[in-house]
Design a protein around this ligand. Structure first.
Ligand code: ADP
Ligand code: MG
Length: 696
């Protein structure tokens, strides 16, 4: 409410006051549909990068690596690939690649560029994300893809020969895959001097990237500089025009940032002139909760109800809803978009004048000591806060409402985030590098070195999974097969074990379901219906077996959306599961796996599950009345998540697929097991604790 704000303390401030950044602005406000060719052309020319078109093309021509820094919305992602194509970089069957850390950004940007070029998405301009390939090998010239997908492509084509230019976009995010990719691209560059790299981002520490890619010393003295591109990176900074953004802080800290963001939106809606609002929350759950609260508030507040359109934005949002977010706000109405940090820099939303910044985002954290990785709601950095603020100043002067105090911002908020590499479980990363023939992983040239403890843990698990041998090389065939499957190695291992145990039909269904965010629809206030629906499918063996019941029901209903609706099941997610399953079926076929069903023999099924996720085994503490479990390996306290069908059932031994942490560590996707299966699945891993198990 109003008392959050410092009374009379509306000190207008440029955001570069204390944070050392400059706010850029692109003068056009573009709308997306029904525009003729010349109009799109004009819009393109109004973007700040347009002034640098010649400079960019010159630098790319003459340098192996070009680093481009420019404020969000200046046109880096949508324009630079088009400039490159116009300049001939896609001739002779070559392809221009542009990577993004986020799937949703890949889709949105690709469809925007296809629209600008007046071509069908999937033809000249296409995109690839995991389990979704909208490209045509013979026709696609500009390809957007996640950095993870580009890493996978290296398994078939280690030098990425079809690409003439690779633009690693959003490099400041320092996602795990981006960092691995940067390290590998540096190696590729040495073998393919004709390849050009563009590293682009909103805020990058250009110097750090430049130092990383500087290979001039190695080349010196051979006269190589005279021909071909110069090895030292070029740095280009795109300047734009900025609008002031006033920053408001809270007078006192709040405990409930969700409620505070809802009140703040209502405050803006009541008191501020027209202009769209962008709210930064952390994930699908709190975004949907806030959207619902806002919708209720608006309904209660009759007078302006028709003028506030509430829209969520998070990855996994169906296409139709994504399009709403990007479509222009109807006259006389106000849009409020409630988003994860995807709208921080990856996507440009037009018409935003007000930003509400909760000060939090969901971040991955891994602790190698406890061997626990989870997604936690954690404070953002100053760099992020500044980016969020900047989103308010694109069309005219804006306002940013920070749901934290100025003192907190100045004294406690960290300046920069930590690269994901240094806060992730490295199992997938290690297997990826190994499969590309990089054996000395600790000696790999990383943009930021991973923690040695995390590396040791990863090697240990991979060894136990039978993916690495005593010399830390990929085993044949298991290791190589697992590297081929585009899933978490533990799930891939499940599939291979299922092949031996005769339940691969079921396990690929489970793998498909674990690859989508959630198959349940959760509607605030309708928890009871959801719980009842879950009970209808519940299996005593746990959540993964429950999923098989859901899948079976879905098939029996003739894949009916009504059936899904009736059972609180997300129809879109189920359709996706069918698609992913189909791809996994094809991959299995390629690996020589003949799919077989175990006909509901849940014991073999659970053995296959255990063979994949044995490292996540837990035992119920017998003295505990609260359902406390401890992980076998590191004795961490964990609990079954209330959304699990085993919540309150508390079987003695379980394995889980993932953890979420709120007030406690909660296990999700839990399966009841027999402890002897752990020894079968990973004798070395659990051997020394055998005595304990037997005694128990
Ligand atoms: P950058 O990568 O520098 O942040 P972009 O290339 O993503 O900038 O965006 C440049 C401009 O293109 C934006 O200012 C916006 O007007 C327009 N734009 C980008 N994506 C979309 C979209 N999905 N719908 C409509 N306009 C878009
Ligand atoms: Mg961009």
């Amino acid at each position: 409410m109003a008392q959050f704000w410092k009374p009379g303390a509306e000190r207008p401030r440029l955001i570069d006051d204390e944070e050392g950044g400059v706010l850029f602005y692109a003068s056009s406000s573009s709308t997306s549909s029904g525009i003729g060719y010349s109009s799109i052309e004009k819009q393109r020319q109004r973007l700040p990068v347009f002034n640098y078109r010649t400079a960019i093309l010159y630098l790319v021509e003459t340098h192996s690596t070009t680093i481009i820094v420019g404020e969000t919305g200046s046109g880096k992602t949508t324009q630079i690939p088009q400039y490159l194509k116009e300049a001939g970089w896609a001739e002779g069957g070559r392809v221009i690649a542009c990577t993004q850390p986020r799937r949703l950004a890949v889709q949105a940007v690709a469809s925007r560029v296809a629209e600008e070029m007046g071509v069908k998405l999937g033809d000249e301009v296409g995109y690839t994300i995991r389990f979704e390939d909208l490209t045509d090998q013979n026709v696609t010239r500009i390809k957007f893809l996640t950095d993870g997908v580009l890493l996978r492509e290296m398994m078939d084509d280690p030098l990425l020969t079809k690409y003439s230019v690779i633009m690693v976009d959003e490099a400041h995010e320092r996602s795990l895959s981006t960092d691995i990719l940067l390290g590998l691209l540096k190696k590729i560059q040495r073998r393919r001097p004709e390849l050009r790299l563009i590293i682009s981002s909103a805020t990058i520490e250009a110097k750090l990237m430049s130092d990383f890619f500087c290979i001039s010393k190695r080349r010196k003295g051979k006269g190589a500089e005279e021909h071909g591109p110069r090895p030292e990176p070029a740095i280009l900074s795109v300047q734009g025009r900025g609008f002031n953004v006033q920053i408001h802080y809270l007078e006192e800290p709040v405990s409930d940032y969700l409620q505070a963001s809802v009140s703040t939106v209502m405050l803006i809606h009541d008191q501020e002139p027209m202009g769209d609002i962008l709210v930064f929350l952390t994930g699908q759950d709190d975004i949907e909760a806030a959207a619902q609260l806002l919708t209720e508030e608006v309904q209660n507040q009759k007078k302006k109800s028709s003028r506030l359109i509430v829209l969520p934005l998070y990855s996994g949002l169906p296409r139709a809803e994504q399009d709403l977010v990007f479509s222009p706000t109807p006259r006389g109405q106000r849009k409020v978009i409630i988003s994860t940090n995807i709208a921080e820099t990856s996507l440009t939303l037009e018409g935003i004048v007000y930003v509400v910044d909760s000060g939090f985002s969901k971040q991955r954290f891994y602790n190698p000591i406890s061997d626990i990785e989870n997604l936690v709601v954690a404070p953002i950095s100053k760099a992020s806060a500044k980016q969020r603020t900047g989103r308010a100043g694109r069309v005219r002067p804006g306002k940013c409402y920070r749901l934290y105090t100025e003192e907190y911002f100045l004294k406690e908020m960290p300046a920069e985030g930590i690269p994901e590499m240094q806060r992730s479980n490295l199992v997938s990363c290690v297997i990826q590098l190994k499969s590309l023939g990089i054996d000395n992983i600790l000696g790999f040239d990383w943009p930021a070195s991973p923690a040695p403890e995390a590396m040791v843990r990863a090697l240990e698990v991979l060894y136990a999974l039978g993916i690495l041998d005593d010399d830390a090389k990929l085993t044949s065939p298991t290791g190589f097969q697992i590297a081929e499957i585009p899933l978490d190695p533990m799930i891939s291992k499940m599939i291979l074990s299922a092949n031996q145990l005769g339940c691969s039909e079921e396990i690929i269904t489970i793998a498909g379901i674990l690859s989508v965010q959630s198959i349940w629809v959760s509607i605030r206030g309708a928890q009871k219906e959801l719980d009842e629906a879950r009970l209808r499918f519940a299996a005593a063996e746990g959540d993964l077996v429950t999923y098989l019941n859901v899948y079976k029901g879905f098939l029996q209903s003739g894949k009916s959306s009504q059936w899904c609706h009736k059972n609180c099941i997300n129809y879109q997610a189920m359709k996706k599961v069918i698609e992913i399953r189909e791809q996994l079926r094809r991959i299995s076929h390629r690996l020589g796996i003949v799919l077989k069903s175990c006909d509901r023999d849940t014991e073999v099924l659970r053995k296959a599950i255990t063979a994949g996720i044995f490292a996540n085994a837990c035992r119920l503490e017998t003295f505990s009345q609260t359902g406390m479990y401890k992980t076998i390996r590191t004795s961490q306290e964990v609990y079954i998540h209330p959304s699990s069908v085993l919540f309150r059932v508390n079987p003695k031994w379980v394995v889980f697929h993932s953890l979420v942490s709120t007030d406690r560590q909660y296990m999700r996707n839990v399966t009841a097991i027999d402890p002897s299966w752990l020894l079968e699945a990973a004798p070395h891993f659990y051997q020394h604790q055998t005595a304990n198990y037997v005694a128990y």
